[in-house]
Design a protein around this ligand. Structure first.
Ligand code: CA
Ligand code: CA
Length: 318
């Protein structure tokens, strides 16, 4: 794990959750693939189909604080996917970023990074998986500003002849300011289709981030990982999320012959301020190996009083 990610202190962000109803429902299936009991160091969970799954857990964050976590690829491999999962109650924390990191370690290994804001309750950490392989992908990124109190969706497009294997983003909001402990947080992170032939969501990555910082305009950064091979994109049926609903699902699963690089979770129909994921993570479904190569594990919440929300989940299968 990289304990001191260069941009962590300025990019972690947060949002205070107020008035969250305690009643909720759980939907979906699946067992947790990666336990929090693993040591706080990068651990290889195994290699399958040319993909190596690296795991790390961050230091814990007390209430009203932020932390960054990361899982690094081993030397000679590149990051083509990954994901993050916060432990603990969904209502108590926010995922402020989850993304491939490939630019900031000159000569070092690329990694998957994630940030959390622990709003209340017990200390929390974030588990991170990096999916790595030897063949180098193409990376693309994009940036745009968003006003305070607003959400914005920003896209990074893959070059022609390539297909997206993963992506993510963060924003530059500063959490912890006395008047506004909130910074910014992730609402959605997902692959998109540019309406070319086939309607396959292979054309790049989008993130939707909500700015609740004390800065009038913060900068959203989105990254996409693009590969020349053709992944299979498995999208689960949309899940309706009634008010005060907690989603837990592994419904987007890869065929046995393929292995997940990353997953997308899009929370639509509700204001970005009212819906947030805490888990977008490759998971094991209990097949012969214990490698988290089988499905997307998604966990999210929509607040009480917010109607019409739904979750779209996609597993990208290499
Ligand atoms: Ca397409
Ligand atoms: Ca497995």
């Amino acid at each position: 794990m990289i304990a001191d990610r260069p941009r962590t202190t300025t990019r972690l962000s947060a949002r205070r959750v107020a008035g969250v109803a305690t009643s909720c429902a759980l939907a979906g299936v699946g067992a947790l693939a990666v336990g929090a009991s693993l040591a706080a160091a990068d651990t290889s969970l195994g290699t399958v189909g040319g993909l190596t799954y690296m795991f790390a857990s961050s230091p814990t964050a007390p209430a009203q604080s932020s932390r960054g976590g990361s899982a690094s690829c081993t030397s000679g491999t590149k990051v083509v996917g990954g994901g993050a999962e916060i432990g603990g109650a969904v209502a108590e924390s926010h995922l402020t970023s989850t993304e491939p990191e490939y630019r900031h370690l000159e000569g070092g290994s690329p990694y998957w990074g994630a940030g959390i804001w622990n709003d209340s309750g017990p200390t929390k950490s974030v588990d991170v998986i990096a999916v790595c392989r030897k063949r180098k992908p193409v990376y693309r990124s994009n940036t745009a500003k968003v006003r305070v109190g607003h959400a914005r969706t920003v896209a990074a497009r893959c070059p022609d002849g390539t297909h997206v294997s993963a992506g993510g983003g963060y924003a530059t909001g500063t959490p912890g300011a006395s008047a506004t402990p909130e910074g910014s947080y992730l609402n959605s992170s997902f692959p998109f289709d540019s309406r070319d032939a086939g309607r396959v969501p292979d054309d790049g990555w989008k993130v939707r981030i909500y700015n609740i910082s004390d800065a009038p305009r913060i900068r959203i950064n989105v990254s996409a990982v693009c590969v020349t091979q053709r992944p299979r994109y498995v999208t689960a049926d949309p899940v309706a999320m009634p008010p005060a609903y907690e989603l837990l699902s592994t419904a987007a699963a890869c065929p046995d012959s393929r292995h997940i690089s990353a997953g997308g979770l899009r929370l639509a129909g509700a204001p970005a301020a009212n819906a947030h994921p805490v888990t977008i993570m490759p998971a094991d479904l209990g097949d012969a190996d214990s490698i988290p190569d089988d499905a997307l594990r998604a966990k999210a919440q929509v607040l009480a009083g917010s109607t019409g929300a739904s979750a779209d989940m996609t597993a990208i299968c290499m």
